[in-house]
Structures are given as structure tokens and as C-alpha cells.
Design a protein around this ligand. Structure first.
Ligand code: GLN
Length: 304
């Protein structure tokens, strides 16, 4: 398959369309990004890798980090993790409070903010130095010691994170947060501030295309069954109340972040990272979704 040709063609087409989206500005530091940035990188299991556009520029991966924190917690806790949160699509915005009340403080899934906050609580209970240990885990699955948090983005979100503060306290009131809310939230804001470029992002997720095994040495990050489940969750919940649309148009497990990044995984084939900061109304990258829709259509490589 000649990915290079297909990616180049779609990249030039999508780059020139008028993006209707808006850069996330509710986290002030995210608004400082160049809104016209557009990068793509594909990593394949047979080393047919290729990048175009701003694929070497680092960006804030935001909610994409929720997959990696879930992976670490799932590794440590196993199946009993699902007593603390569900595996159903929420059909609601990522920062919704109303559903939590109905669900008695058990978040619908690990990718809405409430679910990711519970995962942070679980990690704090199990790790000696959560911030450092999580970063070490991300570096190890990526085989890249250069990866880091952005202090500026984390601090910026800490100053305006009132909704997440409300979510965390609300969950605590139902007894589903063990630790101090301020500690849980600081860790949540730190992990959302992780930065990667498109190449690093596609490499970090490659184990999910490889049945849970790191590609460089075949070491298991997750069991085959756990890896299947993480991909299933990305497919059904990775784009919040636009997950159905992403499955319908793109047809791959994926995860978005308000920094404008999207990672998509084709099990047994490849991972592809796209970055374009302008977001649609549901908080997902406008051009990122457009690119991936054309990419899986033209390459005929989706899971459906
Ligand atoms: N840090 C962001 C928030 O909590 C993450 C949201 C996202 O990327 N969808 O609002």
C-alpha cells in the first residue's frame, strides 16, 4: 500500500479547505498555538512510516493522554477497575455534570473527564510518585525519554479548571474518589499537559495496533484481551458525543484532544496521528476528522 501518495494527496486537499472550527481558548495557553498548523504521521507495523506538514511540531495532547493513564491503571488493577467506572458511550459532552448525578458518581466511561479523573484517583492510590511514574510509563511505551509535560499548559488549566474541580468534588460526594480532590486534579491537569508531535504520538500508540505489545522488543504492555478492550473503548467513547460520527465516517478506534490532536489505530496494521488545532462544536479537530475520513476511504483500510 502506497500510504505516502494517498496521504500527500489528501493532505493538500484538506489543508486548503476552509476550517469552520475554533481553537480551544477556555485553557488560555492552548489559544497561543498557530491555528493553521496541520501535521500527519503514520507508523505501520511493517515500518512503512511517513509524515507530512507540521508532523515534527509538539502540541498539547490533552485528552489523548486519558488512554495512556487508563492503560497504566488497567495494567495495575485489572478487571476490578470496572467497579469504579463504566464502559458505555456517554452521548454527552466530555465535561458534563448532569449524567454523573443520574449515574451516582460512577462515570460512564474512562474518556469523559469524570472517568479520567477517577482513573487519576486510582493511579494516585497505586503509585508512589504519580506524576513522575506516569511520565516514566509513557516514555517507556514510546521508547522515548524526550517526552514531557508542559508546565505552562498545566498551570494555565489549573487556573481555570472550575468545571473539573466541580466534577471531582461531585464524584467524591458519592464516595468514588479516595484521595484529596486537589491532589487528584493537579495530577489530571498535569497529564492533560503532555506534549508530543505527530510521530511521537503515533509511536506511543503503536502497541495497541500490535495486540498490546511494544513493537521494538515485543514486550507486553497489555494482554491481547486488554488491548482489544482499550481499542473497543476508543471506538465507542473516544470522541464523546461524536463517537458514532467518527465510527461512521472514519471507522477506526481513535481518541481526540482539545489541543487538536487525533490518534487512530488500525489493529494489526498502523497508527496514524493528525494534528490541526481548530475544533468543531463537539471539541474534536475539524480537519483531523476530515483527513481521516478521506484516508480510510481512499486506502480502504478501516476496521469495517
Ligand atoms: N484538559 C481538558 C479538560 O479537562 C481535556 C479535554 C479534552 O481534551 N477533551 O477540559
Amino acid at each position: 500500500m502506497n500510504f505516502k501518495e494517498i496521504i500527500e494527496e489528501i493532505y493538500h486537499k484538506v489543508k486548503n479547505i476552509d476550517s469552520k472550527g475554533e481553537v480551544a481558548s477556555y485553557i488560555p495557553e492552548l489559544a497561543t498555538v498557530d491555528a493553521e498548523s496541520f501535521g500527519i504521521y503514520i507508523s505501520t507495523l511493517d515500518q512503512n512510516n511517513f509524515g507530512i506538514g507540521n508532523w515534527q511540531d509538539k502540541f498539547s495532547i490533552q485528552s489523548i493522554a486519558k488512554v495512556l493513564s487508563l492503560v497504566l491503571a488497567y495494567r495495575m488493577v485489572g478487571e476490578k477497575i470496572w467497579t469504579r467506572l463504566g464502559v458505555e458511550p456517554s452521548g454527552n459532552p466530555f465535561n458534563s455534570l448532569t449524567q454523573l448525578e443520574v449515574d451516582n458518581g460512577i462515570p460512564r466511561n474512562p474518556f469523559i473527564n469524570a472517568g479520567a479523573i477517577v482513573i487519576c484517583d486510582i493511579l494516585i492510590s497505586h503509585l508512589e510518585n504519580p506524576k513522575e511514574d506516569f511520565l516514566a510509563f509513557v516514555r517507556s511505551i514510546s521508547n522515548n525519554t524526550a517526552l514531557n509535560y508542559s508546565y505552562a499548559v498545566a498551570e494555565s488549566e489549573k487556573e481555570i479548571g472550575f468545571r473539573n474541580i466541580a466534577l471531582c468534588n461531585f464524584i467524591k460526594s458519592f464516595g468514588n474518589i479516595e484521595n484529596e480532590p486537589s491532589e487528584v486534579l493537579n495530577f489530571y491537569f498535569d497529564l492533560c499537559s503532555l506534549e508530543m508531535n505527530c510521530q511521537q504520538l503515533s509511536e506511543a500508540f503503536l502497541f495497541l495496533a500490535n495486540n498490546g505489545r511494544r513493537t521494538i522488543d515485543n514486550i507486553a504492555i497489555l494482554t491481547k484481551s486488554q488491548s482489544k478492550r482499550i481499542n473497543a473503548l476508543m471506538q465507542t467513547c473516544g470522541f464523546y458525543d461524536e463517537s458514532g460520527e467518527f465510527a461512521f465516517k472514519v471507522g477506526l478506534p481513535g481518541k481526540s484532544g482539545v489541543g487538536g490532536g487525533i490518534i487512530a489505530v488500525h489493529p494489526n496494521q498502523y497508527t496514524i496521528a493528525v494534528w490541526s488545532p481548530k475544533l468543531n462544536k463537539k471539541g474534536n479537530s475539524y480537519k483531523g476528522m476530515r483527513f481521516l475520513e478521506d484516508f480510510t476511504t481512499k486506502s480502504e483500510l478501516s476496521i469495517f
